[in-house]
Design a protein around this ligand. Structure first.
Ligand SMILES: Nc1nc2c(c(=O)[nH]1)N[C@H]1C(S)=C(S)[C@@H](COP(=O)(O)OP(=O)(O)OC[C@H]3O[C@@H](n4cnc5c(=O)[nH]c(N)nc54)[C@H](O)[C@@H]3O)O[C@H]1N2
Ligand SMILES: Nc1nc2c(c(=O)[nH]1)N[C@H]1C(S)=C(S)[C@@H](COP(=O)(O)OP(=O)(O)OC[C@H]3O[C@@H](n4cnc5c(=O)[nH]c(N)nc54)[C@H](O)[C@@H]3O)O[C@H]1N2
Ligand code: SF4
Ligand SMILES: [Mo]
Length: 887
């Protein structure tokens, strides 16, 4: 199948999630591009989700960091890199190299990551190199290593197409890995695959499940221990694994029996009913082809590694691993989470899946010819930032991550950064919270963004794809690896950092993976070690292992051979769930955090897209109706959520999807996009004892209403800064920016403010100061440049109609009238389908008019016909969904 592709179109890979979809990008010659799914990429076969489809809207340069800066002043690269190299040398001389730390990211390309790791661990000689992957999948890595002796994902995406049962645990796949979720739903249509979803929160993924298990937060090890016991008691064990005395099965089973002596104990610990538990265990026991896919609800836990091993135990015990349609499957979050693991970017790895056995250290030392090779693990993210606070780390280089938003206890981290002698941030944007923080000396280095940079990424199924350049480098931005290699040369290591191309870096990385590797290490790219520049440029997506001698294996371990010293897998005796969430009378709720469908992390890119900002425009907290009543809150009100570590003010979304006693807040808003909504400020982040991954899903919290006099919105062509004491959130809208606000100011003050902001323009106003209402539309000639609505708190003005009108540059009389009356000609409701901008009211109208299937809704109003990410939400609105949930 070769689709027609225009000549200037470039094959590349989506920079968002770990699904790693292939993208066809066609530049428009003016700095923009249109994007489409690549029909030839095996991950997506032409599909893209809402985020991938909107990539073209994120390419503008408006908030980009385009020039190096030192202490806020623009400098040449020469001078900025001189400051970095000089600063690093000074810190190393005065305090030793281990006073230097790097904090990297699963969004770097493999080549950037490789050079950073080599520079730090081989040449500067500091072990303190960690990455945001510590917050993401380090527990899965640790679970893999305990069970398999290596960090190996055993299966591939085709297993999802070929499974008869897919268990999704701790994963909102429909929103976070949408294209994989569509493959799962396709498998259900094709072969009747059953979906079980395990999550304390009923997500869109849970809505689609055949069986939804709303377990108590953190109780996963009890559920899977109970499953192991059930499999043993019903003779479902695969003799090969379970009979092997060295593999630890007996001990793991004995522990499981201790944790859950009987089914009643499972019910007590998980909060599930006996019938729910029985249905799940029966389904698992009698279905041979089972994939258990897991992500952050498993990993981001104070017990994440044990949760992973409790799952893997059940797959090993049944021999369901490495064969078509079965296996445990860690869904990786970031586009290059896997690449980071391959280069050794985590503090407990050295390089190329090698750790710190003396022969491994020696091997890497010889390969790199490294004078300062480290010999042991460095500090993991949480400990690393604590060490900055204690003054132990004096220099920090952050690259491709926004820890002031995404790290737990982030207020402390912000304070710690101020103490650094040298703080270096490599960024694509100038206004991330982390780029705006300062140390005693602060260096900002502009990096190339997606579309400008070139290199490779590895997705969840070990498939390496190329990200290719299709836009020219803006300003003075450079690839991250170029900046790193330059610093390496300045520190006197010219021979090791003389790379002349991205391909040359990749070849060295591939060669290291194959160096003295006779099949003893899983990660082997020997087959790519001699790739010519042209072959690298043209390289099609490939899966590792890819040894020189050939033999591609999409799945591993079916032969029962693992990477432990004796070749056997290990069962792990896990700990009982730590259910004491330490909720107290003072903080009686458990705060869960995670993602929404259309935003990516701290929104530095998706925040630019008006389509992606329409689905969820304000930072919110989901509250169960019982808790809302208990804390005196209604839907849409503003609440303060506070934990021991910090607080946030969020809009309340009353939802039966969260369990009583639980809250859910998204992680996306930062100080750049909202007044007080940084998730990191709230999360407690207790690290898992094995992996060091912090708990981000369960922090004791409390809730209180915050009364503001009035609420409103301001739409403007250029972003307008909020007055300091307002509650606000900013979102991209068609034709400009929207500021949603809450304030104690009166309507007269607002009118004054508008006049001040838009001097020289004509203001069409509607004011009823007695009732505290004010609306205005601002015109520059016939051009609409801003519009505002303000009303008492309880009468929060709805902006959907105004947003649609604001998309017009020059409105006619009826629209001008509609802007002031606040009423649209036709109601649309909040956006459900981001691709076509279709609102809830429109979809409901289509359904009322007889569209009774997802397809019929699509035919009537286009909703759900592009990327399909909103299909679960549409399905929920259909009459049979109502019938199903009533049943
Ligand atoms: N739209 C979107 N997609 C993304 C991203 C994004 O920012 N936006 N980020 C990407 C990245 S880096 C990652 S890591 C992935 C994350 O993808 P997911 O892991 O799917 O996302 P989360 O929303 O963080 O958390 C998943 C679920 O875990 C549940 N959970 C909480 N506690 C528990 C528990 O104790 N047990 C169980 N079983 N479940 C629990 C939460 O309720 C939540 O629904 O998404 C990737 N894809
Ligand atoms: N409470 C809570 N906290 C969480 C999570 C959660 O579920 N709950 N999830 C955690 C997880 S799984 C993750 S992965 C993290 C993500 O958290 P972060 O990594 O902090 O989030 P991003 O917004 O993706 O930050 C990436 C930054 O790199 C920049 N960037 C993009 N491309 C490049 C590039 O090529 N080079 C350079 N130098 N910079 C670039 C972007 O502009 C952006 O500022 O958050 C973690 N924190
Ligand atoms: S699923 Fe969506 S975000 Fe993930 S790689 Fe594919 S298009 Fe990008
Ligand atoms: Mo992640």
């Amino acid at each position: 199948m070769t689709a027609h592709v225009p000549e200037q179109t470039v094959r590349t890979t989506c920079p968002y999630c770990g699904v790693g979809c292939g993208v066809l990008a066609t530049p428009d010659g003016q700095g923009g591009a249109t994007v489409a799914g690549d029909p030839e990429h095996p991950a997506n076969l032409g599909r893209l989700c809402s985020k991938g489809s909107a990539l073209g809207e994120t390419l503008s340069l408006e908030n980009r960091l385009l020039h190096p800066q030192v202490d806020g002043v623009r400098q040449s690269w020469e001078s900025a890199l001189g400051t970095v190299a000089g600063g690093l040398r000074k810190v190393a001389e005065q305090h030793g190299p281990d006073a230097i730390a790097f904090y990297l990211s699963g969004q770097l390309l493999t080549e950037d990551y490789y050079v950073a790791n080599k520079l730090a661990k081989g040449f500067i000689g500091t072990p303190h190199v960690d990455t945001n992957s510590r917050l993401c999948m380090s527990s899965a890595v640790a679970a893999h290593r305990r069970a398999f002796g290596s960090d190996t994902v055993p299966g591939c995406y085709e297993d999802l197409d070929e499974a008869d049962l897919i268990v999704l645990t701790g994963s909102n796949t429909a929103w976070c890995h949408p294209i994989l979720f569509r493959r799962m739903v396709d498998a259900r249509a094709k072969r009747g695959t059953k979906l079980v979803v395990i999550d304390p929160r009923r997500t869109q993924t849970g809505e689609e499940a055949d069986l939804f298990l709303g377990l108590k937060p953190g109780s996963d090890t009890a559920l899977f221990s109970g499953l192991l016991v059930h499999l043993a008691d019903t003779n479902m064990l695969a003799a090969r694994f379970a009979a092997d005395p060295t593999a630890g099965f007996e001990a793991a089973l004995a522990r499981a029996r201790l944790i859950v002596p009987d089914r009643a104990a499972v019910a007590r610990l998980t909060g599930l009913t006996d019938a729910e538990i029985g249905a799940f265990y029966d389904l698992f026991a009698r279905t041979e082809r089972v994939v258990t896919a897991f992500s952050m609800g498993v990993n981001q836990s104070a017990q994440g590694t044990d949760k992973g091993n409790a799952i893997i135990n059940c797959h090993l015990a049944t021999g369901r691993i490495g064969r078509p349609g079965m296996g445990p499957f860690s869904l990786t979050g970031q586009p290059n989470a896997m690449g980071g693991r391959e280069v050794g970017g985590l503090a407990n790895m050295l390089a190329a899946h090698m750790h710190f056995a003396p022969e491994e250290v020696d091997r890497v030392r010889r390969f790199w010819n490294a004078p300062n090779i480290i010999t042991g693990e460095g500090m993991k993210a949480v400990a690393l930032f604590e060490a900055i606070q204690r003054g132990k780390i004096k220099a920090l280089w952050v690259m491709g991550t926004n820890p002031i938003v995404s790290m737990p206890r982030a207020d402390l981290i912000k304070a710690a950064i101020a103490k650094l002698d040298l703080y270096v941030v490599s960024e694509v944007v100038a206004d991330s919270d982390t780029a705006r923080a300062t140390g005693r000396r602060t260096v900002l280095l502009p990096a190339l963004a997606w579309g400008e940079k070139d290199g490779t990424v590895t997705n969840s199924e070990r498939r390496i794809s190329r990200q290719r350049r299709f836009l020219k480098a803006p300003g003075e931005a450079r690839p991250d690896w170029v900046a790193l290699a330059d610093v390496g040369r300045r520190l006197g290591h010219g021979h090791a950092f003389g790379f002349t191309s991205t391909a040359a870096v990749f070849r060295q990385h591939a060669s290291l993976s194959a160096f003295e590797n006779n099949g003893t290490r899983d990660f082997d790219l020997g087959g790519l070690a001699d790739l010519s520049d042209a072959a690298y440029e043209a390289n099609a997506p490939v899966q590792w292992p890819l040894p020189k001698r050939g033999g591609i294996r999409p799945r591993l371990f079916a032969d029962g051979r693992f990477y432990t010293f004796d070749g056997r897998a290990r069962f792990v005796a896990v700990q009982a769930p730590a259910l004491a969430q330490a909720v107290s009378a003072e903080r009686p709720l458990v705060l869960n955090t995670g993602r929404v469908r259309d935003h990516w992390h701290t929104m530095t890119r998706t925040g630019k897209s008006q389509r992606l900002s329409a689905h969820r425009a304000v930072p919110f907290v989901e509250v169960h109706p019982d808790d809302a009543a208990r804390f005196g809150l209604t839907d849409g009100a503003i609440a303060a959520v506070s934990t021991e570590h910090g607080s946030a003010e969020l809009e309340v979304m009353v939802s039966a999807g969260v369990a009583p006693g639980s809250l859910f807040m998204p992680m996306h808003w930062s100080d750049a996009t909202a007044s007080k909504a940084r998730v990191g400020a709230l999360a407690r982040g207790v690290p898992d004892p094995v992996s060091g991954q912090p708990e981000l899903k369960a922090t004791p919290a409390t809730l209180a209403p915050v009364a503001y006099r009035a609420r409103g919105y301001l739409l403007s062509r250029e972003p307008v800064a909020s007055p300091p004491d307002w509650w606000w959130a900013r979102a991209a809208v068609a034709g400009g920016w929207g500021l949603l606000f809450a304030t104690q100011d009166g309507s007269r003050e607002i009118a004054m403010l508008m006049r001040g902001l838009f001097q020289g323009c004509e203001l069409a106003e509607y004011a009823d100061h007695a009732r505290g209402r004010y609306r205005c539309a601002v015109y520059d000639g016939s051009r609409l440049v801003a519009c505002l609505a303000y009303a008492p708190g309880e009468a929060r003005p709805d902006w959907e109609a105004a947003k649609a009108l604001f998309a017009l540059d020059v409105p006619e009389t009826p629209e001008r009238r509609a802007l002031l009356s606040g009423r649209a000609a036709t109601a649309m409701g909040p956006v459900v389908c981001a691709c076509h901008g279709v609102g809830l009211d429109v979809i409901n109208a289509a359904i009322a008019a007889g569209a009774h299937s997802v397809e019929a809704v699509g035919a009537a109003c286009k909703a759900g016909t592009n990327c399909g990410s909103c299909i679960p939400e549409i399905r929920k609105l259909l009459p049979d969904a109502l019938a199903r949930s009533a049943a």
